[in-house]
Design a protein around this ligand. Structure first.
Ligand SMILES: [Zn+2]
Length: 242
């Protein structure tokens, strides 16, 4: 039975950092994967003079296309929110736009950010709230996965997290995930390739820590799992069994 995975994220690269393993496993099973990104990440630079928002937005759109090609995803949509302003959006309207996509795509599993937005980013938290609200409203039968820190991430990578400002505030308390993926082999290679395709965001990290540490740093993915009320087995259940 073909299943459908819908991912809803805030910026180009969130999908790759947080769900590449999940997406690759789904595509290998022949599942449909649809990804949605709220913004074009047009303010994601330390050098806005060289990268004014319109230029960076176009650039990140192309980077995202390249990353999605590596992950085998050919269905993607933008929601058109302004980077950095998701928390200012009217939540019922923002959730409604996602609900419309959920109704159209009819996913078995929906993946988004956990309550802390993983890194604490306000855009991440907002998109996680909107998506959870939309799923609860129109698709309570769908399994809901919410990305959280991988077990041990805060402790093992304390130095690099601090050096590269991964967390906007204090790291969230670690929780026991319902689904914990440890990527290796071809999956990890492809995740890293997809991350490197988004050079505007990953270059300084790779240059800073070296590729070997970078691979370990982002080699795990973790999710809270809320089973759907529907009868079908979610993507998480099959990923766990794989
Ligand atoms: Zn992000």
């Amino acid at each position: 039975m073909t299943r459908t995975l819908l991912g809803v994220w805030a910026h180009p690269d969130d999908e790759t950092f947080l769900s590449s393993g999940l997406v690759l496993a789904a595509r290998e099973r022949g599942d449909r994967v649809v990804l949605v990104t709220a913004t074009r990440g047009e303010h994601g630079t330390d050098d806005p003079a060289a990268w004014p928002p319109a230029r960076l937005g176009r650039h990140r759109e192309r980077e995202l296309e390249a990353a999605l090609a590596v992950l085998g995803v050919d269905e993607h949509r933008f929601l058109g929110h302004r980077d950095g302003a998701c928390a200012d959006a009217t939540e019922p309207m923002a959730a409604r736009a996602i609900a419309t996509i959920i109704e159209e795509v009819a996913p078995d599993t929906i993946v988004t950010f956990g309550p802390d937005g993983v890194t604490g980013h306000p855009d991440h938290r907002a998109v996680g709230r909107w998506t959870t609200r939309a799923r609860n409203a129109v698709a309570p039968g769908a399994e809901l996965l919410r990305a959280v820190l991988a077990p041990g991430f805060t402790r093992r990578f304390a130095d690099v997290n601090a050096a590269f400002g991964v967390f906007l505030d204090e790291p969230a308390d670690e929780v026991v995930p319902g689904l914990h993926l440890r990527l290796d082999g071809a999956h990890l290679d492809r995740k890293i390739e997809a991350m490197l395709a988004q050079d505007s965001q990953t270059r300084r990290l790779v240059d800073g820590v070296g590729l070997a540490v970078f691979r370990r740093w982002w080699g795990e993915e973790a999710f809270l799992v809320e089973a759907g009320s529907g009868a079908g087995a979610g993507v998480a259940a099959s990923a766990r069994a794989a």
